[in-house]
Design a protein. Sequence first.
Length: 206
Amino acid sequence: MQQTVKVVGIGGSPRPDSTAERALRAVLAEAERQGAEVSLIGGAELVMPLYDPTSELRSARALRLVSEIAAADGLVLASPAYHGGISGLVKNALDHVEELRDDARPYFSGRAVGSLAVAQGWQGGVSTLAALRDVTHALRGWPTPLGVVVNTTEAGFGPDGRCTDPHLRGRLGAMATQVVSFARMAVLAAEARDVAGAEALSPAGK
């Protein structure tokens, strides 16, 4: 029986059914097909006040975002390329991860993180993908070996939300596999450490 893991997708734009959100849904659909529990926090749900570390007030959306990340075993981040970088909407969401600094698993610790960037061209997409991976490193996450750029001048999604390019569809699926596989390994390793620790503390283990 495969280990159940939770994968959370975060990103998109305020525009409903954006390409970034469609790509994110495609990755989550494949993760779910592989047995993961998935949830999506799309662009419209990321519209929240700017993160202020000096304030104790948090919006309901911010609280949900932080709670979902804390419970996740794996993450997928998706951002449109805005002037060669992460959109303000997605960056603000990632800034809220500071709320997990004192968590049992601080920030993105112990989690595989897949990154998606969407752009009209390769230059902005590649730089945005690199920025997402840099932020993941800074938050102590494990970027998947494969990151994906969706160049909308060459590939996209049909009215049904399905990716129209087989090569891109394959890359999105491969990244989902990497997130789920790493998440399962991390969960099993944590469980093994817990068992070893319990045995060491038990009378029989002394």
